[in-house]
Design a protein around this ligand. Structure first.
Ligand code: SAH
Length: 503
């Protein structure tokens, strides 16, 4: 298991950010006065989801950041990924909100296809039972490039039993089907999800809403890819504060009592989302720790620190020594993503087996590519993204993409805790991974193939450089790759992580 040492500069940063957060809180009331509710009632909401969130919070009290994120991203009423049916909204590309690596260059998906081919070869070229699984496949571009690459290796293509696309968005499911199976290809529905036939090798393609619907059997070899999926999972954010003292009945509180000398007890509080009080100016909301323009008008919602512990703050930050060792430092912040741990544990169980579902011979692999720190705990990393700009994450709920840094160390820990049959490699930078996979050579070959079309050759070169550039505008450093593999005592490194193909 990895060990994470919080370096002093990180602790200092946590302290100053904690101060910023403290200014932002407005008493963190759990209920709202009737005059606030009345005034908010007359308000014009930015989106139908904003109104629904306000009504929900008015009934239940402030909600954890994770609940807010879940409703904004995948909620039934106008969620960013799930709610835009029929509106023809596209999250991806120049006209959308963001661009991802597979959309930048076909080489990205091709190299991931090559990575799976290398793993399949290194694991004895199983002849059947191979599952290709993608979680959060977006437009389907990455899987299309992977399948085209794999189709050049008939022995592997023949071993693939089915391709599983785990996708929450009905619109994106339909876009993926058009791309992978042909425009308007027919599909059938079963208990597991939707089924169609792929254009490469006639492979069966199955869409499910959750990974739990993908068959999990000891005889299967699952090859799993998650690209920019984990950053879209809801996070909880916690901060340490002096425990609220509960005076014991009949205890004299005179100064000089033993209680005064006792070390201050700290507790974890939770960042909750509440409606912004009417009349609040954005300068009053300490937004310095969110990367958006503080001159923007205040959003309809804001973060507040819970006045005491919450159901989640009592167990999530106590669940790992990485968090526990920060507990005595006032103002320490941690972001925790329980869904990420669940997905990592699920991947590991499929590859390595568990006590409950043992696998005599672990097989398969998972490749996770996303952005986040290599070994520290993410803090204050929530961001809103719209039209290629960082915006207030609490504005226009459902129209703004929300994402947070991925805690790779937590993913690695959840995987190895879930299954003794796996080991984890990485995270390493996307630049290192792609360069070791041969991106430079592939880009040169493609550019050569463009012949006299200078513009096309230049576009290939530009795209490749963007994927590996380690500077602030590139994706090479901040994006990382992490692999979950069958346990082999660390003897075999996967390709792209410093190893060679062994077959
Ligand atoms: N991998 C793609 C898309 C990244 S965007 C790419 O790199 O281009 C995130 C993707 O995850 C979208 O397809 C979104 O619909 C999906 N998604 C987000 N939350 C999800 C959830 N809880 N379950 C399943 N899919 C989810």
């Amino acid at each position: 298991m990895r060990r994470v040492v919080a370096v002093p500069s990180q602790l200092l940063a946590q302290r100053s950010l904690a101060r910023a957060c403290a200014r932002r809180t407005f008493g963190a009331t759990q209920c709202f006065s009737s005059s606030i509710l009345h005034r908010q009632d007359e308000k014009q909401w930015s989106t139908p989801l904003a109104k629904q969130l306000f009504e929900a919070i008015s009934t239940t009290g402030t909600v954890p950041l994770a609940s807010f994120m879940r409703m904004c991203l995948t909620g039934d009423v106008g969620g960013y990924y799930t709610g835009a049916i029929g509106e023809g909204r596209d999250q991806f590309g120049v006209k959308g909100d963001f661009v991802t690596s597979p959309e930048i260059s076909q080489i990205f998906g091709e190299l991931i296809g090559v990575w799976f081919i290398a793993e399949w070869m290194s694991q004895g070229r199983p002849k059947e039972g191979v599952q290709l699984i993608e979680v959060g496949p977006g437009r389907g571009t990455l899987m299309d490039d992977v399948l085209r690459t794999i189709s050049r290796f008939p022995a592997l293509a023949n071993s693939v039993e089915a391709v599983y696309m785990v996708e929450a968005s009905p619109e994106l499911r339909s876009a993926q089907k058009d791309l992978l199976c042909g425009q308007g290809a027919p599909s059938t529905e079963s208990k597991a999800g939707y089924h169609s036939t792929g254009k490469y090798d006639g492979l069966p393609i199955v869409w499910t809403q959750t990974i739990k619907s993908v068959p999990q059997e000891a005889s299967k070899t699952p090859f799993i890819i998650a690209h920019e999926f984990f950053d879209a999972l809801p996070i909880h954010s916690f901060q340490t504060a002096k425990a609220v003292a509960k005076p014991a009945p009949n205890t004299p509180s005179a100064s000089g009592s033993e209680a005064d000398d006792a070390p201050t007890k700290m507790e974890w509080r939770e960042m909750m989302v509440s409606p912004t009080a009417p009349g609040t100016r954005s300068t009053e909301l300490s937004s310095s720790n969110y990367r958006f323009n503080p001159d923007d008008p205040p959003a309809e919602f804001q973060l507040t620190l819970s006045p005491g512990t919450t159901r989640h703050s009592r167990y999530l930050p106590e669940s790992s020594p990485r968090y526990r060792k920060l507990k005595n430092m006032e103002g320490a912040i941690v972001e925790v993503c329980p869904d990420a741990a669940l997905y990592a544990a699920d991947f590991a169980a499929r590859i390595g087996g568990t006590d409950k579902n043992p696998k005599s011979s672990p097989s398969g692999a998972a490749l996770i590519l996303d952005y986040g720190p290599s070994d520290s705990i993410p803090i204050n990393s929530l961001r809103g993204i719209r039209h290629h700009k960082i915006v207030n994450p609490f504005s226009s709920p459902g129209l703004v993409d929300l994402s947070a840094d991925v805690d790779f160390t937590a993913i690695a820990a959840a995987a190895t805790l879930s299954s003794d049959g796996v080991e984890v490699h990485g995270p390493i930078s996307q630049a290192d991974f792609l360069e070791l996979m041969g991106i430079r050579e592939r880009a040169a070959a493609l550019a050569k193939g463009a012949g006299s079309n200078k513009e096309a050759a230049e576009a290939i070169d530009k795209a490749y450089k963007r994927l590996v550039c380690r500077g602030p505008s590139g994706m090479g450093k901040v994006y990382k790759a992490l692999a979950i593999l069958p346990e082999n005592g660390g003897k075999r490194r996967p390709v792209g992580f410093g190893g060679d193909v062994s077959s």
